[in-house]
Write a protein that binds this ligand. Structure first.
Ligand SMILES: NC(=O)c1ccc[n+]([C@@H]2O[C@H](COP(=O)([O-])OP(=O)(O)OC[C@H]3O[C@@H](n4cnc5c(N)ncnc54)[C@H](OP(=O)(O)O)[C@@H]3O)[C@@H](O)[C@H]2O)c1
Length: 346
């Protein structure tokens, strides 16, 4: 079998540093060897876009191990990976709710060397809390929070031993600021943020970086799945007033917000690639600057009343103003995209 590009680069490293052969293969990155990137949830959306972005890196700095829980969904990734498939990108099975599946995948990586872990797999959930079953909430936490914990338990000890590594976690702006009818999803991202904030202190001591990527809305399968689930939700236990707010306000505006403010998975992948490539990776990184004011409010008032009142007024007292602001943003976004496409070289 022909060696792939990453193997060749590593081989060159061996020739240049013969006395440190073992350190080059599976050892510290001298800027020559490829970084092994283990990515979860690559069947669609951000995971797929990031896997492709890194695998097609012009400088061939990455070997991507793109995982998904159901390999029957691999076609979209295979198509987009194109010639990178089985060279700088390989596809493996991994379900983040199964320790055995995670271990099997990591054991299959030469010397278990994961230089960058991207914890991306995630589920969404919207709706009044009384309409959701505790079983569904536990399932969401099992993926969004315990999936992250399981992965970290598997790769962090190796990273500490090697005294290097980068754990990148796909969080959300909802991991910083709660939003109406996103109670459980937001809680799972807050949990991930708290876990990472605590772990980052220990990680720093061992030369391991942790980065939380915090996108706003991103137009992916995630949104479609949410609306599909909302359409068949059992709302019989919900009072009429709450129902009116959920269906009349939240659902209507949510779609609008995704259309107006939503980023593409490619945009989020590009931001994430920058964080992975940064010499000093940031601990927190928001991909959508339009959301910075929302999260800034929180830090401006330790009582928490400022963001709470701002959201309350926006939703229940000034919904017309909210709608007008969205229309204005829509126009600005449209103009921005138009200018970008005009400035693109043919
Ligand atoms: N879209 C947004 O608006 C948005 C905003 C902020 C943050 N995020 C976060 O970004 C991440 C990616 O979401 P996305 O927008 O790209 O949505 P997506 O297209 O639905 O992708 C989610 C991925 O996670 C996978 N997944 C779910 N459960 C899994 C499990 N137990 N084991 C392994 N993989 C599993 C899905 O696999 P299947 O195809 O098998 O279901 C899919 O590949 C999530 O963590 C999400 O919370 C999304």
């Amino acid at each position: 079998m022909e060696p792939d590009v990453c193997q060749l680069v590593e081989l060159l490293g061996v020739l240049w540093y013969p006395e440190e052969t073992s350190a080059v293969i599976g050892g510290p990155d001298r800027g020559m060897s490829c970084r092994n990137v283990l990515l979860t949830g690559c069947s669609s959306g951000i995971g797929l876009a990031l896997a492709v972005r890194l695998a097609k890196d012009e400088l061939k700095r990455f070997r991507v191990i793109a995982t998904m829980r159901n390999l029957d969904k691999r076609e979209a990734l295979e198509k987009q990976a194109g010639p990178a498939l089985d060279k700088t990108l390989e596809i493996r099975q991994m379900d983040v709710t199964s320790e055995e599946s995670i271990r099997r995948c990591v054991e299959g990586i030469p010397q278990r060397r994961v230089d960058v872990l991207v914890n991306n797999a995630g589920l969404g959930m919207i709706g009044p809390v009384e309409s959701q079953s505790v079983a569904a909430m536990k399932n969401l936490f099992d993926t969004n929070f315990f999936g992250l914990v399981r992965l970290v338990r598997e790769v962090f000890p190796d990273m500490k031993r090697r005294r290097r590594g980068h754990i990148v976690v796909m969080s959300s702006v909802l991991g910083l600021q709660g939003l109406i009818f996103n109670d459980i999803y937001s809680a799972s991202k807050f949990a991930a943020e708290g876990f990472c904030e605590s772990l980052a202190l220990q990680a720093l001591k061992f030369g391991v970086n942790i980065s939380l990527i915090e996108p706003g809305p991103v137009v992916t399968e995630f949104e479609r799945k949410l609306y599909e689930e909302a359409a068949c939700m059992d709302l019989s236990a919900v009072d009429q007033e709450t129902l009116d707010i959920f269906q009349g306000f939240y659902m209507a505006y949510s779609k609008e917000v995704f259309t107006v403010l939503g980023q593409s998975p490619d945009e989020v992948a590009e931001h994430t690639a920058k964080v992975i490539l940064a010499e000093k990776p940031p601990f927190r990184y928001q991909t959508n600057s339009l959301y910075t004011p929302m999260t800034t409010l929180k830090h401006a008032d330790p009582t928490g009343n400022l963001p709470l009142n701002a959201f309350h007024q926006m939703i229940f007292q000034h919904d017309r103003l909210f709608k007008a602001s969205l229309s204005l943003l829509k126009m600005l976004q449209w103009r921005k995209r138009r200018d970008v496409s005009y400035n693109k070289s043919p």
